[in-house]
Design a protein around this ligand. Sequence first.
Ligand SMILES: [Zn+2]
Length: 69
Amino acid sequence: MKKIILSILAFLFLSSTITFAEMVLFNTKTLKYHQLWCRWAAKCTVNCIKIDKKEAINRGGIPCKVCGG
Ligand SMILES: [Zn+2]
C-alpha cells in the first residue's frame, strides 16, 4: 500500500514539473514570444518555433503585448 502511495506521489511530482515548463511560440526574426493561444501566434508560421519560455527569454525574447508572452 505504501508503495502505491509513493508511486502516486512520484507521478504527481513528475506531472507538475512537466506543466511547470511553460511553452511559448518564439519568433526567431522579431524575437517576440507568444502564448500558444495568442491570435498572433496562430499567424506566426514561418519564423516561429515552440520552445520553453525560459529559453525564449535567454535568447533575448520580447513578450507579446497582446498575450503578455
Ligand atoms: Zn501574443
